[in-house]
Design a protein around this ligand. Sequence first.
Ligand code: BTN
Length: 239
Amino acid sequence: MKGLNHENIDFYLLETVDSTNTFAKDKKLLKNFLIVISERQTAGRGRHGKQWYSPDSGNIYMTIKFKDKNNIPLSLIIGLLISESIESVSGKKISAGLKWPNDLLINKQKVCGILVESEIINGEIEFIVGIGINYALPKKESWWGEIGKLAKLMPREKLINSILHAIIYYAENGYPNWLAAWEKRCMHIGDELKVISNNQQDEDVGIFQGVDEKGNMLLKTSNELKSISSGECSIKGIY
Ligand code: BTN
């Protein structure tokens, strides 16, 4: 990978794997970063225990494992960094909006999913950040986007390189003012949302006010300002 300091990174470039996240989890973090990229996954994993469809059709399936000392909500930061990478690699011709907590949408269709997992190893947290970006899908659901025709504007290798640089830069330097930057790219500030939380038991309708320092959603319902964490909820039916 261009311009990355390989002394700091263990790289695995694979043809096929069950899941790049599972593979990364099973490997010891011996350098600052461990990166796994595969052309295909046989058991790709999404958030909320869902599958992530991962055919060999030129998509991105990638995981980066590292320790994050920044103490800011990593799962939101990663979406923000990818949105910035898409903008810079495409020369501002493509813009990807953020849907809380960390989906990326182009033309209101989901093109990227992020799965952040963590483990405590010898008393320190190691994060396993999985990124899936759809360039082309042989079959798809209506809400799944793909980059398809936009690929010329945003070659896959360039996007991978830019995202890895951005994440490594973030790990080493942090991201001051991340909250304002995230909210600027969020596509549903001020919109009415339906949110399912508490193990699918609660359903709230309210106006999305933005996020707090922990990355929790602030939802103004008819009788309170609720703070809801991404671990426990999903937004239903808006895109
Ligand atoms: C989501 O549900 O939106 C998150 C999807 C994350 C998919 C990526 S593909 C690379 C990495 N390996 C996995 O098994 N999942 C993540």
